[in-house]
Design a protein around this ligand. Structure first.
Ligand SMILES: [Zn+2]
Length: 521
């Protein structure tokens, strides 16, 4: 290389690097915050946004901008990504404000996965096209659902599919993948998915695997109901091994008195599988109570077979009373007793089962049956130990999720709570670990192109929050209070939260997954 070419290249490099400073002004400059990029140690600096992209990130950007957000004293981070939610109905709502998913934006969550727990759509194209017709506040990707597919083909029956039925189920899963599904989700705890055997799940997961998809699971047992927590984790690992695809265990936990303290054993199993080349991760919500329904928490699975109408008839069938009651007594014990179940909707809203039982003069099992006769209310179940929560949270393969569904403060507060309680107050993790487990770790593992990092060229999904104030305000009794402390949220470069208030701007996009080349011809 001649001296002259070297000088020329050097000059070009200098010129290229100078472009951000002297080119057309950025649309927005977030100035003077503590910047967590998602991969680097935090530093005091600026983030410039042009159009829907981040145009520069650095310590002292010499960038002119049409608007400057003063972020001094604030943390600037990639918008948070939630891989397990139930906000699909919100995103498809007729109500434009509901489609903003305000509870998420007010925590800085800019991307959510939907279709979890096996409930994802078969017509994935329609779900992904929704955002084009009716604007949404956050980005979303969707799974297709094992439960939806199984129910469409064989209903609520407790049996294996026939070869013909299995072929139809596989075709549905494959087609959904070709329409842009992220992968196959399952909720093997729930009927009718609980009626499946592992090989049936492997058959459908293989359809996702062929097209480069993921397997997401609410595992068969998070407690000691059926196969037990350890066997359920082993089943998820086996599905990854046999179907050959990345496995994600959603809302990982050790639920109930029989399995509390098992987190280290579960972690060891997953680490061993990872060591053997199984690509397995998990996500977790930062609450000791899970959200469920009264039926799901107390009624034995055999008694749920056939659906609600059959269950109500079983309540009146003398021949099975003792078996049904024994099952409910046992489930109540596993859940930690009637005082550990909080009903959060319907006529008994915000009352614990022991309190309801006392007030209507029945024992807890009869009280639960009386409540279920009216409906199947959302129920909060206090059933995890803080030691288990902390052990899972520290793992480098655990991401933040919310499992957002009504009646539990996790919808409005999961990310903010993980920061305020587990990073700042209890030092279970660092602030950097909180941010990365809530953004880049998720984006990288799920290959969400251009998301989860603050760097030039990435989509401008950004949260600016006050490190002294960011916290959940939602509680079990008042689950719909917005989180505190979020100042500014950008979704695809547009300001969704400004000065702590929703702007009403709906800049979210559907994130269809591109199937593996040649897998959908
Ligand atoms: Zn779930």
């Amino acid at each position: 290389m001649t001296h002259r070419t070297r000088a020329l290249i050097g000059g070009m490099c200098a010129f290229l690097f100078a472009i951000p400073a002297v080119a057309a002004p950025a649309d927005l400059l977030i100035r003077g915050g503590v910047v967590y990029t998602g991969s680097d140690p935090p530093f005091a600096g600026d983030v410039a946004v042009t159009g829907d992209h981040i145009s520069a990130v650095g310590r002292h950007l010499r960038v002119k901008a049409r608007r400057v957000v003063d972020a001094r004293g604030m943390i600037v981070a990639p918008g948070f990504i939630d891989p397990h939610t139930h906000v699909g109905d919100d995103l498809a709502s007729d109500d434009a404000r509901r489609r903003l998913v305000p509870a998420f934006l007010m925590q800085g969550v800019t991307t959510a996965f939907i279709g979890n727990d096996g409930g994802g759509a078969i017509d994935v194209k329609a779900v992904l096209d929704g955002a084009k017709k009716r604007p949404v506040g956050i980005n979303y990707a969707t799974y297709t659902g094992f439960g939806t597919i199984r129910e469409a083909v064989i209903g609520m029956d407790d049996r294996a599919p026939t070869p013909d039925e299995l072929a139809r189920m596989k075709a549905m899963a494959g087609n959904a993948m070709c329409q842009g599904a992220l992968g196959l989700s399952t909720g093997l705890f729930y009927a009718p998915q609980s009626f499946s055997k592992t090989d049936e799940v492997v058959a459908l997961a293989s359809e996702a695997a062929k097209r480069g998809g993921y397997y997401d699971s609410h595992i068969r047992d998070e407690s000691s109901y059926t196969v037990g927590l350890k066997a359920a984790v082993d089943e998820a690992i086996a599905i990854g091994r046999e179907a050959r695809l990345p496995i994600h265990i959603s809302h990982i936990k050790a639920l109930g008195v029989d399995v509390q303290g098992d987190a280290p054993d579960i972690i060891a199993r997953i680490d061993k599988a990872r060591g053997q080349g199984i690509d397995i991760t998990a996500s977790q919500y930062p609450w000791s109570a899970s959200g469920t329904s009264l039926v799901a928490s107390l009624i034995p699975l055999w008694a749920q077979d056939g659906g609600r109408a059959v269950l109500l008839r079983r309540f009146d069938d003398p021949s099975i009373q003792s078996r049904l009651r024994a099952g409910m007594v046992e489930n109540l014990r596993k859940r930690g007793g009637a005082g550990a179940l909080l009903i959060v909707e319907g006529p008994y809203k915000n009352r614990r089962l022991d309190d309801i039982a006392r007030s209507i003069g029945k024992d807890p099992v009869d009280a639960a049956i009386a409540v279920i006769r009216i409906g199947d209310p959302a129920t909060v179940s206090f059933n995890q130990s803080e030691a288990d929560i902390a052990a899972f949270m520290r793992q480098p393969w655990v991401m933040t999720d919310s499992d957002a569904s009504t009646g539990h403060p996790r919808v409005y507060g999961s990310f903010a709570r993980k920061y305020a309680k587990y990073a700042v107050a209890d030092h279970v993790i660092t602030v950097r670990q909180f941010i990365e487990s809530s953004s880049s770790r998720t984006a990288d593992w799920f290959h969400l192109a251009g998301r989860g990092h603050l760097r030039a060229g990435a989509f401008a999904d950004i949260v600016v929050f006050d490190p002294r104030k960011y916290a959940a305000r939602a509680t079990y009794e008042q689950p719909t209070l917005f989180a505190a402390g979020v100042r500014t949220v950008l979704v695809n470069g547009r300001i969704a939260v400004d000065q702590g208030r929703l702007t009403g701007i709906a800049a979210g996009r559907a994130l269809p997954r591109t199937p593996a080349p040649g897998s959908c011809s």
